[in-house]
Design a protein around this ligand. Structure first.
Ligand SMILES: Cc1cc2nc3c(=O)[nH]c(=O)nc-3n(C[C@H](O)[C@H](O)[C@H](O)COP(=O)(O)OP(=O)(O)OC[C@H]3O[C@@H](n4cnc5c(N)ncnc54)[C@H](O)[C@@H]3O)c2cc1C
Length: 288
């Protein structure tokens, strides 16, 4: 006779130490699951993992902590919805707030995490783009303890990260931003519930209308989300005006190496990449 009441079972692991041990024991055979909105889709598409190590039962991994003057720290189980509801993220880290708030649907935002987006290492990941512009760091825990990897060094190639097989990402950290720093994010999609065919984010340190420093990130135009360094150099020390934006638009298309895929063509991506970056800079500068 069947019953709708499940028998009792224990969901493992209970804490990070236990998780790291289990990961070491099943190296190469275990996949870590945060919200599962990517992992379970991948498994549905044929990806195999003998063991799934859920972080869902580990307490204290869902947090947004502002260490004033230092970092904003976002835990591995903090959902996209929690980030989208955060006033501090909205006001000080607008690019990340926009990338989380626009991500997928209410269902995927309630389950999916910012850290999962970074670890998935998709070149079209929305939070990847925002965190790269915001100069984030990924904090990893393994048998040797904790280490931190700058997001600039985190994605090695298509879907490959600097995480070692026995490490778990425990949080992402963003450096504190001053009052004159502004940021923005935008994605272009075929439909509202689709991954980006192009996305871009910027962080600008402004002094009046002049840009003192810039980080410009763009996704879905290379094997990983990339920085557009020529555009950053071009803006640095300049006033953001129509002329600068025109030059930025031109330089971006020379820095990208997009491919054709189901979401778009390489030609379209190359042509539009400059326009998208221009618009994101304009948006970041609104009210400056
Ligand atoms: C309908 C739908 C719409 C979507 N829309 C968007 C969108 O608009 N934009 C977008 O960017 N993405 C989108 N996604 C993809 C997905 O929702 C996001 O990438 C989400 O942020 C993933 O987080 P997660 O916690 O669910 O990751 P999971 O699925 O749990 O994990 C993703 C990957 O990261 C690894 N991982 C996760 N956490 C850790 C950790 N702490 N340490 C080490 N490895 C870890 C997993 O092993 C896996 O390989 C969509 C997905 C669906 C199903």
């Amino acid at each position: 006779m069947s019953s709708r009441i499940l028998p009792e079972f224990e969901l493992l692991p209970h804490d990070i130490d236990e998780a790291v041990k289990m990961l070491g024991l099943h190296q190469g055979k275990a996949s870590i699951m945060a919200g599962g909105t990517d992992l379970l889709v991948m498994m549905g598409d044929g990806f195999r993992a003998d063991y799934v190590l859920s972080l869902g039962n580990i307490p204290d991994l869902a947090y947004i902590i502002e260490e004033s003057g230092k970092w904003l720290r976002i835990g591995a189980m903090t959902t996209l919805a929690e980030v989208a509801e955060s006033k501090v993220v909205q006001e000080k880290y607008t690019a990340l707030w926009q990338s989380a708030a626009q991500n997928g649907s209410p269902q995927t935002r309630n389950m999916g995490t910012v850290v999962g987006n970074l670890l998935r290492a998709s070149p079209s990941g929305d939070c990847c783009c925002a965190v790269l512009a915001l100069d984030g760091w990924v904090v990893l825990e393994g048998p040797q303890g904790r280490r931190e990897v700058a997001i600039d060094d985190f994605w090695l190639e298509y879907r490959a990260t600097a995480r070692r097989p026995d490490e778990i990402a425990v949080e992402v950290k963003l450096p504190d931003v001053k009052g004159n720093t502004t940021s923005a994010f935008r994605a272009m999609t075929r439909t509202t519930l689709d991954l980006a065919k192009l996305n871009a984010a910027v962080r600008l340190d402004m002094s009046g209308k002049q840009c003192e420093n810039a980080r410009v990130a763009i996704g879905a135009v290379a094997p990983t989300t990339i920085r557009v360094r020529k555009a950053e150099e071009l803006i640095r020390g300049k006033e953001i005006n129509e002329e600068t934006l025109e030059e930025v638009g031109k330089v971006v298309s020379t820095e990208v190496s997009p491919i054709d895929d189901v979401r778009s063509t390489a030609e379209y991506r190359r042509t539009i990449s400059g326009v998208l970056v221009k618009r994101v800079i304009e948006e970041a500068c609104k009210g400056v």
